[in-house]
Structure formats: C-alpha cells, structure tokens
Write a protein that binds this ligand. Structure first.
Ligand SMILES: [Cu+2]
Length: 109
C-alpha cells in the first residue's frame, strides 16, 4: 500500500510539471511528400514538431546546414521535436525525398 501511495505521489508530480512551450508547439505535417507548412516562424525556444501523417511513407528531418546527422526515419504516426537557441533561418530537408522537393525552413525570431 505504501508503495502504491508513493507511485501516486510520483504520478501527481509528473502530471503537474509544466512542459515548456507545450501549449504553443508549432506542428508541421509530413504528408504527400511535403512538409506542411513548408515555412514556419517561431520564437527562440519554441518547440517545433514534425508529424508523419502519411499512410505508408517514412520521412526524416535533416538540418544539414547545421552540420548535423540526418534525423531518424519517422514512420506514419511518429514524430520528432526540437527547438532553436538562436534567431536565424534554418533550412532543412527530408533526406530521402529532397530531390522531390521535400524541403522546408524554420525562421526563428
Ligand atoms: Cu520524405
């Protein structure tokens, strides 16, 4: 019983912890071989989430110009999130579909 109580307290703590930017996450949908919207403007620290809404196709998100590794493949119903520490313009691509025009840009203010 004591263990269950401790678990409940832990759960309550977890549930009440505010998640930074949770309310104003900017969502970019990956569908029909495109990022939608392809251009977004966000604030420093604001969370950007890419969601795969395809029926079968995987995609990824690669900020090549930042010198990063390509992101993991995201399969339907999967998503990835990130934020940006510095203002600027951050172009990115879907690595497997860049040549089909699957590119986007995040502008950070
Ligand atoms: Cu893709």
């Amino acid at each position: 019983m004591r263990r269950i109580s401790a678990l409940l307290v832990l759960l309550a703590l977890l549930c009440s912890t505010p998640v930074a930017g949770d309310d104003d996450t900017v969502v970019i949908v990956m569908r029909d071989m495109a990022f939608d919207p392809a251009e977004v403007t966000v604030r420093v620290g604001q969370i950007v989430r890419w969601e795969n809404h395809e029926r079968r196709q995987f995609h990824n998100v690669w900020f090549r110009e930042l010198g990063e590794e390509p992101g993991d493949y995201l399969f339907p119903e999967e998503y990835t999130e990130r934020s940006f520490d510095q203002p600027g313009e951050y172009p990115y691509v879907c690595q497997p579909h860049e040549d089909r025009g699957m590119v986007g840009v995040v502008r950070v203010q």
